[in-house]
Design a protein around this ligand. Structure first.
Ligand SMILES: Cc1cc2nc3c(=O)[nH]c(=O)nc-3n(C[C@H](O)[C@H](O)[C@H](O)COP(=O)(O)O)c2cc1C
Length: 313
């Protein structure tokens, strides 16, 4: 499947594996890149030394293009920007802020800059300041989210900018992939589907929780304080929701989520940890390799696109 994105990055499939804090380390990102998608290391809030180890391991195992996701609120952001310049991923994706101040630096190092955005206004601003593409992420996604759905956001962003748009949020099979392309996207970014991939290092309990999830099992916490996060329902989200309703302050709620993603991903605490996953978790029923995921999704998307939306045989 050739698109502006595959041409820009010399990748086989127009599919990014989302940079996910604690989850997207070298085994997952390396497997996706080797299989022809764009594997992305998620720097999250980790110190530069941890991120460097991941970059080093990934580069040791593959020459394929890869990406680095930088969370701009990280206390280590300036060191991680320097690491990017040193390790030269094909792409830096950014979340939690604007990468405006770093774009020139990345471009001088030959790195494409692709920010995650959740509105047309931000997409336009990113285009004006030199971003190479944008990831339009709908609120169906796992993790930190915006307000608009993928279905509403992607076509509006496609109309608002002329740089390529990558759709994210709620895509886990070829039908979602094809739908994103019909909305005008040049590629997709996937998080939730990769949580159960063979090469993904999340704890076995986390994988089982995703595989058992139903369509209504994800919930958003943190709306009252402007930091909405989507994860699977558990004791932690119930307690958080109860305290939010009681009007507790951000400082009172924070202890419930501090270190909670790590607890779920690394220790397998799916009761009190944050089991980030999107609304599409209910569709994820298999453990496949990254290569199988990319192949199956693309074959199914091509089949859907060939039918062109006409379903009467
Ligand atoms: C466990 C988890 C952690 C995530 N962490 C990050 C992150 O650190 N930075 C980021 O930009 N996006 C993060 N995301 C969002 C993904 O990169 C991706 O855009 C999103 O998962 C796509 O939606 P989907 O989950 O419906 O596939 C995370 C998502 C999940 C599920």
């Amino acid at each position: 499947m050739k698109t502006r994105l595959t041409e820009m990055l010399s990748i086989r499939y127009p599919i990014f594996q989302g940079g996910m804090a604690w989850v997207a380390e070298h085994s997952l990102a390396g497997a996706v890149s080797k299989a022809g998608g764009l594997g992305i290391i998620g720097a999250g809030g980790a110190p530069a030394s941890v991120v460097e180890k991941e970059l080093w391991e990934l580069k040791k195992n593959t020459d394929a293009p890869f990406g680095l996701n930088i969370m701009l609120l990280s206390p280590y952001v300036s060191e991680i920007v320097e690491l990017a310049v040193q390790y030269r991923p094909a792409v830096v994706t950014t979340g939690a802020g604007s990468p405006e101040g770093y774009i020139e630096k990345f471009h001088s190092a030959g790195i494409k800059v692709i920010p995650v955005i959740a509105s047309t206004a931000l997409a336009k601003r990113m285009e004006r300041c030199g971003a190479d593409a944008v990831i339009a992420e709908g609120c169906e996604s796992g993790g930190h989210i915006g307000e608009l759905t993928t279905m509403a956001l992607v076509p509006q962003v496609c109309d608002a900018v002329s740089i390529p748009v990558i759709a994210a949020g709620g895509i886990a099979d070829g039908r979602g992939f094809a739908a994103a392309m019909m909305l005008g996207a040049q590629g997709i970014q996937i998080g939730t589907r990769f949580l159960t991939a063979e090469e993904c290092v999340v704890h076995e309990q986390y994988k089982e929780r995703v595989l058992a999830a139903r369509d209504i099992d994800s919930v958003v916490t943190g709306r009252s304080h402007g930091h909405p996060v989507r994860s699977l329902r558990n004791s932690m989200t119930r307690e958080y929701g109860k305290l939010e309703k009681e009007g507790k302050s951000f400082e009172e709620l924070e202890p419930l989520t501090l270190g909670a993603l790590r607890a779920a991903v690394v220790d397998g605490d799916v009761t009190n940890g944050t089991v980030m996953a999107g609304q599409i978790a209910g569709l994820v029923k298999e453990r496949l390799t990254c290569a199988q995921i990319l192949e199956q999704m693309t074959a199914q998307a091509e089949e859907c696109l060939k039918k062109g939306g006409c379903w009467i045989e």
